[in-house]
Design a protein around this ligand. Structure first.
Ligand SMILES: [Zn+2]
Length: 318
């Protein structure tokens, strides 16, 4: 309860930060976002040599190395949080009957140190996917979730290149094992509350999962889900959305801190951390199919989503 109270206080303070941000401040970094880079990341991650990036495989390990390299090239401090099957069982409990955990996984965690070094804003997206399925072949997972990794890497580049020392420490986290039950993000959150000092608090979590496609290509849309125990989260979004050139539509999807949800925001929700989650406007027919390919990505929608997310993030840390 004490922790929750602290988080609320911090977030209240943040509204003032967000309100003081002028549009010119964050728009300067919009040009750092590159469609070409977005396409390169999606093409790389969906290449058949990585066999659909199943958690625990050597192919997915190479994706982990790639993400680590991209964060490093952008000038961030990077660490891999290694996760063994044993440590996972100890931390989040044994796998469901008939299931096993991968022997080795890893969350890639890149950091920009803030003025308040022990207050954290966390941005996350999973990099693993379903792998190769018997009779179906490779699942490339372009939308799920190479698109989210584009958002994660682009935001890190934008934030770092702004040269600003953020108010809070920002962690950019590429989660492993999402498709096997949110394993990487659950591990991270549970470990946090066991190993961190009480003074280390998570003020805000932002998730990206399936942000590369839209059911209405002429007028692209994205879903913004938020923990409405903190109603200002939605206000921050509507405020910044006015600054993003159209056509662009935001579908608002109210959530609470109850741990419900099918992506990596759920472990944060279970702790009632103020979270927002960017996701698909409508579940498409290629969801979890070998047909989730790069040619179907709506690059303009992806870009607009990242710019909007950047504006919000900028408000949080300035
Ligand atoms: Zn996903």
């Amino acid at each position: 309860m004490k922790r929750l109270f602290t988080a609320v206080l911090l977030c209240m303070a943040t509204i003032t930060f967000a309100q003081s941000v002028q549009e010119g401040d964050f728009k300067k970094q919009f040009e750092v976002y590159s469609n070409k880079y977005a396409q390169e990341v999606v093409d790389f991650m969906t290449h058949k040599k990585f066999k659909g990036r199943e958690a625990g495989t050597k192919e997915n390990f190479k994706i982990m190395e790639f993400i680590k390299g991209e964060f490093t090239a952008a000038g961030l401090d990077v660490q891999v949080q290694e996760i063994t099957a044993e440590s996972l069982a100890e931390t989040i409990g044994e796998p469901k009957p008939g299931k096993t955990y991968p022997e080795n996984m890893g969350n890639v965690i890149a950091r920009i140190k803030g003025k308040q070094h022990n207050k954290y804003v966390i941005v996350g997206a999973h990099y693993d996917h379903l792998g190769k399925k018997k009779g179906l072949g490779i699942h490339p997972g372009a939308d799920d979730n190479a698109s989210g990794i584009v958002a994660l890497l682009s935001l890190a580049k934008m934030m770092k290149s702004s040269g600003i020392t953020p108010e809070y420490t920002i962690l950019f986290c590429a989660w492993d094992g999402e498709e096997k039950g949110l394993l990487g993000s659950k591990y991270f959150v549970e470990k946090w509350f066991v190993t961190r000092a009480a003074s280390d608090s998570i003020c805000y979590y932002m998730n990206f999962d399936m942000v590369g496609r839209t059911a209405t290509p002429e007028h692209p849309a994205v879903t913004f889900a938020w923990n409405d125990n903190y109603p200002y989260l939605k206000e921050q979004c509507t405020k910044v959305a006015e600054k993003i050139p159209g056509p662009f539509r935001i579908l608002y999807d109210q959530r609470f801190g109850d741990g419900k949800g099918g992506s990596d925001y759920a472990p944060f929700s279970a702790r009632n951390i103020p979270f927002v989650a960017w996701m698909e406007d409508e579940m498409h027919e290629d969801y979890h199919k070998p047909t989730d390919t790069p040619d179907k990505i709506h690059w303009i929608k992806l870009r607009k989503t990242v710019l909007l997310a950047y504006g919000i993030l900028f408000g949080w840390v300035n």
